[in-house]
Ligand binder design. Structure first.
Ligand code: PLP
Length: 387
């Protein structure tokens, strides 16, 4: 009999991948499925970025790179942060990672252990809760409310911080809700955190470039008083349509940097070399593809929000960022799981139940609008018929 580690029983998953597998199976059986389940841009990586990776391979960049990343890439990240966030960071504190996820994995491994508490958004990206549980720490849910457009309330977050809190996870713009934290709330939170110097912050800003209407990105890295304990997570996946390349970055406080470097050496050694050259081209090259994608998402956002609000039993707030909408479906009389299943099996539309993002997601369904306008319209029509 194999004897496995107990903590594996506490490891969760990301249901979006299960929905994807079920949708692929139905497709293989000949069903026409509209996929509004998966959270990735439906665009191609810009051609000059692909070419940079191909060129890197032709130039013989086939070996290991430094564990923290190629120096030119770390400098490009620091320059991009200065341009976009208006914050100077030392390239030596930039860690190149195989995607956005490993930063949350490592940050949670660093702070999580039995007796520790970690505050995380709920509904939120499911890996936060899964990893907190795996680490043995106690997950403390920061509930996000529809009436606030799913932005956190600084007072509520601060009320959840206690002596055992080690890490606070924030995500704006957010998955699965599209919620964006307003500057006033961020300011209030940052000021309040000054009273809790024992708490580190992981700020997941992977959707920082996908903002609509008058929403502006407020980076936690901009708060000087928190710099020595803020970990910034961002990357290329969503901004440059590069989810499959596995490329992300994080900025770490000086005291934590050697630790994350050591975790990386133990885990993956370094990120694929050619991918890192693609990352340089993405940051240093033309940015028009980023804006083209953002505008397309914005147009689709308007279409899907209007259409969902006309479905019986649906109520949908305007998402300010990312490419998700998170309608309230309580009026359908079905649970989130039930409706997810009915929509996939009967309407041929893949979505993800709100409960996949935590207990506070009951009564909601996540739609990704990283899909064509025709597909969005087709999907909503089919759902209407089934309802
Ligand atoms: N953070 C959030 C909030 C996400 O939604 C995702 C992906 O869906 C990630 C991080 C992970 O990004 P990556 O694919 O680069 O690992």
């Amino acid at each position: 009999m194999l004897r496995l580690a107990d903590n594996l029983n506490r490891l969760g998953t990301e249901t979006a991948f299960e929905v994807l597998a079920r949708a692929a199976k139905l497709q293989a059986e000949g069903r026409d499925i509209v996929n509004l389940g998966i959270g990735q841009p439906d665009f191609k990586t810009p051609p000059h970025v692909v070419e940079a990776a191909a060129q890197a391979l032709r130039d013989g960049h086939h070996g290991y790179t430094p564990a923290n990343g190629i120096p030119a890439l770390r400098e490009a990240v620091a320059a991009d942060i200065a341009r976009f966030r208006g914050v100077e960071v030392d390239p030596d504190l930039v860690m190149i990672m195989p995607g956005g996820k490993p930063t949350m994995f490592f940050a949670i491994m660093m702070f999580g252990e039995p007796g520790a508490e970690i505050v995380y958004p709920n509904p939120g990206f499911p890996i936060y809760e899964s990893m907190i549980e795996y680490s043995g720490a106690t997950p403390v849910a920061m509930a996000l409310h529809e009436e606030n457009g799913f932005a956190f309330s600084a007072d509520e977050v601060l009320a959840q911080i206690g002596p055992a809190t080690r890490l606070l996870i924030l995500n704006s713009p957010a998955n699965p809700t599209g919620g964006v934290a307003p500057k006033a709330e961020m300011d209030k939170l940052a000021a309040g955190l000054e009273d809790h110097p024992h708490v580190a912050i992981l700020s997941d800003e992977i959707y920082s470039r996908l903002l609509y209407e008058d929403n502006e990105h407020v980076s936690l890295l901009g708060y000087e008083s928190l710099r020595e304990r803020t970990i910034l997570l961002d990357g290329w996946s969503k901004t440059y349509a590069m989810t499959g390349w596995r490329l992300g970055y994080s900025v770490w406080p000086k005291a934590l940097f050697p630790l994350v470097e050591r975790l990386a050496v133990n885990c993956h050694s370094c990120v694929n070399a050619a991918t890192q050259y693609a990352g340089i081209a993405a940051l240093n090259g033309p940015q028009d593809a980023v804006e083209t994608m953002r505008r397309a998402f914005d147009a689709r956002r308007r279409i899907i929000v209007r259409a969902l609000n006309q479905l019986p039993g649906f109520r949908c707030v305007d998402p300010g960022g990312a490419f998700y909408t998170f309608p309230n479906i309580e009026g359908t009389g079905m649970s989130a799981r039930e409706l997810q299943s009915r929509m996939l099996e009967d309407a041929g539309v893949a979505t993800v139940a709100g409960t996949s993002f935590g207990g506070h997601g009951e009564g909601f369904i996540r739609f990704s609008y990283a899909a064509s306008e025709e597909d969005i319209e087709r999907a909503v029509e089919r759902i209407r018929t089934v309802l």
